[in-house]
Design a protein around this ligand. Structure first.
Ligand code: PLP
Length: 378
């Protein structure tokens, strides 16, 4: 079945009693036991809730995994995932990582004895050089944030297999609609579902999908033990979002490609990062492994003064953190999403005071371009 169809079908297997087409929101903390030693299959919502389970089952199918777990946020998902490791373990991690993940690793999990090496995960040789006898996993973003570097998941997967490492892929920017990390050899995929999956800038959620049942069981163990689960109402919102994932992303990508072209030709724009552009270093890999190039782009303006001008003078595009929703958003990574990346690393990567990130929405493209034009030329 085509993945867009699969996405629309999410949740439809539920409530055969009433035939409800939309999954009911089981807004309950607990469940009555039919008798001593008996259970309906649900005992307490932290351990399992039918609405959340419907999302989890649907997501496992969409990403071709054995099991999925839903969390209160993308960060809660990543924090829960780190509980698979123990003191002394080392992870090789994407260097232009989402700043919140970097903060969690360096400021929180480092206190529990985990160590992290940051490398360009689009360069397999660099990843190989960073592996030590204590390495247990590679943590890569499929499409990095904000520089949009593309990871070679099949190559990383074979490297991880050779060294007996887990390959974890944060696939937030692409979603299973554009790329399925588990099909390409990853062991675990994860998502800030607050972005494209929920898709409407109206909820915060996270998801983890495991390729095999054993890893899935361990992840579920920690989901229940640590308890940062997604509530029933938010689980329903994420499912509602997933139903339109395909049509939203088609439109968003179409808009992003046109905006990238327009930006590239603008005299006040000095650099455009978008994997759909032929000169982008990840273009060929994206063509090989993904169904599209996504709808995120980053661009550098000629002068720092233009940054504030763009952030404050766009009328349609909101100056706000986050991405992936139907509304277009513009962000300034250096002071917002990537403020927690050490300044020398930001400088090396090119996350500077002229770089802006655009999350392209589903608006009419000509309106978005006109908004950017009037702001940049104001
Ligand atoms: C790539 C990526 N991973 C994880 C997260 C964290 O997700 P959340 O904000 O839902 O906690 C984000 C948030 O922006 C992100 O961009």
């Amino acid at each position: 079945m085509n993945i867009s169809t699969q996405a629309v079908q999410i949740g439809l297997e539920w409530d055969s009693g009433t035939g409800a087409v939309s999954v009911p929101i089981y807004q309950t903390a607990t469940f009555r036991h039919p008798g001593l030693g008996q259970s309906t299959g649900y005992d307490y919502t932290r351990s399992g809730n039918p609405t959340r389970q419907s999302l989890e089952n649907g997501m496992a199918r969409l990403d071709n995994g054995a099991r999925a777990c839903a969390y209160a946020s993308g960060m809660a998902a990543i924090a829960s995932l780190m509980m698979l490791f123990r003191s002394g373990d080392h992870l090789v991690v994407t260097e232009d990582l989402y700043g919140g993940t970097c903060r969690l690793f360096d400021k929180v999990f480092s206190r529990f004895g985990l160590t992290f090496s940051y490398v360009d995960t689009s360069d397999c040789e660099a990843v190989k050089r960073a592996i030590t006898p204590d390495t247990r996993a590679v943590f890569a973003e499929s499409l990095t944030n904000p520089l949009l570097k593309f990871a070679d998941i099949p190559a990383l997967s074979s490297l991880c297999r050779d060294h007996d490492l887990l390959l974890i892929v944060d696939n937030t920017f692409l979603t299973p609609y554009l790329l399925r990390p588990l099909d390409l050899g990853a062991d675990i995929s994860l998502y800030s579902a607050s972005k494209y999956l929920a898709g409407h800038n109206d909820t915060i959620a996270g998801l983890i999908v495991a390729r095999d049942a054993g890893t899935g069981e361990q992840i579920y163990y920690h989901q229940n033990a640590a308890g940062a689960v997604l509530g029933p109402q938010d689980s329903w919102l994420v499912m509602r979002g997933i139903k339109t994932l395909g049509v939203r992303l088609d439109r968003q990508q179409e808009n992003a490609a046109k905006i990238a072209d327009w930006l590239q030709q603008h005299p006040l724009v000095t650099r455009v990062c978008y994997p759909g552009l032929e000169d982008h270093p990840g273009h060929a890999l994206a063509k090989r492994d993904a169904r599209g190039f996504g709808a995120m782009l980053a661009f550098e303006v000629a002068d720092t003064a233009l940054v504030e001008q763009l952030l404050t003078k766009t009328r349609l595009i909101s100056f706000a953190e986050s991405l992936g929703g139907v509304e277009s958003l513009i962000t300034f990574p250096e002071v917002q999403t990537h403020a927690d990346i050490p300044p020398e690393v930001r400088a090396r990567l090119g996350i500077n005071n002229r770089l802006l990130r655009l999350s392209v929405g589903i608006e009419e493209c000509s309106d978005l371009i006109e908004d950017l034009r009037q702001a940049v030329e104001a």
